[in-house]
Design a protein around this ligand. Structure first.
Ligand SMILES: [Zn+2]
Ligand SMILES: [Zn+2]
Length: 347
């Protein structure tokens, strides 16, 4: 077993605090990774606080993991010590169901998530990346673009793939008008990736506060829904709208911004179920859809795409001792645009 230092929460009421545990000895196809950086995803906060009602404790959060391969099992073919690698939201799956066979492991009925999940033995708690090392089967280890800074690559493992996957699936590219709702951790990645794909990108936000950032990140247009006439002006404008905000909305108003055959994709779970009028979909043959991270093959494709286009996350690097207070700032939207923990601070 490998002794591990980490930060964990003991329950929904506890703060993050130092926690020691062990990772399993390497199975033949396992990779031992020395973790260098881990991003702080909003879903870490939801799960630490049991806001989805399914939390398992003690919990070491973190699924935007990057590091260096330290050791490999006897049968590992794809990696060797010294390689720069990443681990995202998934560390295993059943591998036999139609979704796994199609490389869409995120939809498997028995996925093993990186934390807040049981490993394949059904009893060991999977523990995440706010820690100094992790053991993962090589099929769920990603290769990092060598030229990009590792700390700013970390958020690609969740925020990057969560936005890349729907942009790819619904064919964002030249000639397509894409609207991005919200400019936080997910939204800022969506703007960068959709722009690099060649789409004409607009950011749709409540106020003008984020306009300069949106333009700097690659958006061509910026619209403030708080201003009178915005919805009328933008009626039937977009081929694709990516909704990165998890708040209650007037869904019909936003669906009205789609062109004929346009799609609006939900990435987060708003507090109330969306109230959608059938007419909003029927008139214009529009779709309201959802998307969940991405499979391993597509995550590697996303990393390679970001390597080719020089795309990383805009980050604020913090020591792990500041992770707890950073949560309050994430909830307030007070970060540009992702906190990343420097694991060198974990002594
Ligand atoms: Zn995440
Ligand atoms: Zn499966």
């Amino acid at each position: 077993m490998y002794p591990v230092k980490s930060y964990a929460v003991a329950s929904a009421q506890h703060p993050l605090a130092p926690f020691s545990f062990s990772r399993r000895d390497l199975w033949p196809r396992d990779v031992l990774i020395d973790i260098r950086f881990c991003g702080i995803c909003h879903s870490d906060i939801h799960q630490v606080r049991n806001e989805w009602g399914n939390s398992l404790y003690p919990m070491v959060p973190g699924h935007e993991i990057v590091g260096i391969v330290a050791e490999v099992g006897k049968q590992v073919k794809s990696f060797k010590p010294g390689d720069k690698v990443g681990v995202g939201c998934l560390v295993d799956s059943c591998r036999e169901c139609p979704d796994c066979k199609d490389g869409l492991e995120q939809f498997c009925v028995h996925p093993v998530f990186t934390y807040n999940s049981y490993e394949k033995d059904g009893k060991t708690l999977a523990q995440g990346g706010y820690s100094n090392r992790v053991v993962v089967n090589e099929d769920f280890v990603l290769r990092l673009p060598p030229a990009l800074p590792m700390d700013a690559v970390a958020p690609l493992l969740c925020a990057g793939i969560t936005t890349y996957s729907p942009l790819r699936h619904w064919k964002a590219g030249p000639g397509k008008k894409v609207g991005i709702m919200g400019l936080g951790g997910l939204g800022h990645m969506a703007v960068k990736i959709a722009s690099a794909m060649g789409a004409e990108v607009s950011v749709i936000s409540r106020s003008r506060n984020k306009e300069a950032d949106a333009k700097r990140l690659g958006a061509k247009h910026y619209y403030a829904t708080g201003e009178a006439g915005t919805f009328e002006k933008l009626a039937k404008t977009f081929d694709l709208i990516i909704c990165t905000v998890s708040v209650d909305l007037d869904w019909n108003q936003y669906l009205g911004l789609l062109k004929r055959d346009g799609t609006m994709v939900i990435l987060g779970v708003p507090p109330k179920a969306p109230a959608v009028s059938a007419a909003s979909l029927i008139f214009g043959r529009r779709s309201l859809a959802g998307s969940l991270i991405g499979g391993i093959r597509e995550t590697q494709e996303m990393l390679d795409f970001c390597g080719k286009h020089g795309i990383v996350s805009d980050i604020e690097l913090i020591p792990i001792q500041k992770a707890q207070e950073s949560y309050e700032r994430v909830v307030k939207g007070d970060v540009k645009f992702r906190f990343v923990i420097d694991m060198a601070s974990l002594k």
